[in-house]
Ligand binder design. Structure first.
Ligand SMILES: Cc1cc2nc3c(=O)[nH]c(=O)nc-3n(C[C@H](O)[C@H](O)[C@H](O)COP(=O)(O)O)c2cc1C
Length: 372
């Protein structure tokens, strides 16, 4: 069976973050394989509009996969058909989502502890569907129950076309570095393509993880949320080192995509502010990480998992873009959405520097959310 992924980089399924305008921006920077936010199969089958909206593919997305949360084939299959009718290239079953809303309903990471049930869902999906089916696994539910060798074997036997391994347990959330040796063991044991996931923030970490694991692909989550141009950096094997002005242009482009997507009326504008502001919980974490300075450190511990202080700067634009406060993120979003051009946006952002809260004040939100 051919690989479900026509490129080695996969944009991770990201609830809220993996919205259509953001995916469009990633495609601009060379993402070929993109994925939907996790969609619940039950509400999809019942025709809930909010859930169905998650299946919408952008016209520029070359290979768009839809990720489903399902507890049984009876809902997974019709939900997958709804996604395929709307242009999905492959269907991914989530077997890693840690949030109680999924786990308590027998979905997501719950399936890791029920390998035979996971196998049955996947088997029925692969038999019933014309399109490739993939599965996104965590290494296990708990640190004491790491079983990805077993779950990946059963998934392969069930006929999946690809497996993504996020090298952390449900219990670990983001507290530890992803285990890429374990990803490598799965790659070795399986015939189907295996992609690894966890902690990739720079082109050199991407290269190192591919070499270390032999994986067929890499899935990018928070790294892409922090810098959507990561796809281009990895494809070209170099850091783009965008200036603050260049980053403002990128963020403004995203603002334009949100405006097109949500519309110009008051309701649409509020949604654009909400989403774009949300993205700054990740964008503000950007800092340059030249290989000459950071490669060795990245080999000791992944840079995404390392507390990286912002680069000290007196440049007001850099200070605004690096501000962790949620209230400022909303103000930035409003400015980006309302400015007529990049120059005006920059000017108004610089003015905002006078209103920044003193350093060390609580940001009011943590960025890394539940995640699967
Ligand atoms: C904001 C956010 C939303 C996420 N939503 C999903 C999701 O809907 N489905 C899923 O399988 N994983 C989800 N994840 C987990 C990511 O897909 C990925 O597995 C995880 O972040 C590890 O990759 P990273 O270290 O590159 O971020 C989410 C992660 C984040 C940060």
């Amino acid at each position: 069976m051919p690989s479900p992924w026509p490129d080695s980089l996969i944009l991770a399924p990201l609830t809220k973050g993996g919205n259509l305008p953001f995916r469009r921006l990633c495609v601009d920077f060379g993402a070929v394989v993109t994925m939907s936010e996790m969609a619940f199969a039950g509400p999809l089958v019942r025709g809930f509009r909010k859930e169905l909206a998650l299946l919408r593919k952008g016209p520029t997305e070359p290979c768009f996969g839809v990720q489903l949360a399902a507890s049984k084939p009876e809902t997974a299959i019709p939900a997958a058909r709804a996604a395929l009718e709307r242009g999905a290239a492959f269907i991914d079953l989530n077997a890693g989502c840690p949030i109680p809303e999924a786990v308590h309903k027998g979905m997501g990471a719950y399936l890791l502890d029920r390998p035979r049930h996971l196998e049955r869902i996947l088997q029925e999906m692969t038999r019933a569907l014309e399109a490739p089916v993939t599965v996104k696994l965590r290494s296990g539910f708990k640190d004491s129950r790491i079983n990805v060798m077993e779950t990946s074997r059963l998934a392969e036997e069930a006929g999946v076309a690809g497996i993504v391994v996020h090298g952390r347990t449900r219990e670990q959330r983001y507290t530890r570095a992803a285990d890429w040796d374990l990803v490598g063991q799965v790659v070795k044991a399986r015939k189907v393509p295996v992609a690894g996931n966890g902690d990739i923030l720079t082109w050199y970490e991407a290269r190192d993880r591919l070499t270390q694991s032999g994986a067929a692909g890499l899935m990018l989550g928070r790294g892409a949320l922090i810098k959507p141009w990561l796809f281009q950096e990895i494809h070209e094997g170099r850091e783009l080192a965008l200036s603050a002005s260049q980053r403002v242009a990128v963020y403004r482009r995203l603002a334009g995509y949100f405006r097109e997507h949500f519309g110009e009326d008051e309701h649409g504008r509020q949604r654009s502010v909400d989403f774009l502001g949300w993205h700054f919980a990740f964008f503000h974490r950007y800092r340059p990480l030249p290989a000459e300075e950071w490669l060795e450190r990245s080999r000791e511990h992944p840079l995404l998992q390392t507390r990286l202080d912002p680069v000290p700067t007196e440049d007001p634009l850099e200070m605004v873009l690096a501000c962790p406060a949620t209230s400022i993120h909303r103000r930035i979003a409003e400015i980006l959405l309302l400015s007529g051009d990049d120059g005006e946006a920059e000017e108004r952002l610089v003015e905002l520097a006078c209103e920044l809260p003193p350093r060390g004040e609580s940001p009011g939100r943590t960025e890394d959310q539940a995640g699967g």
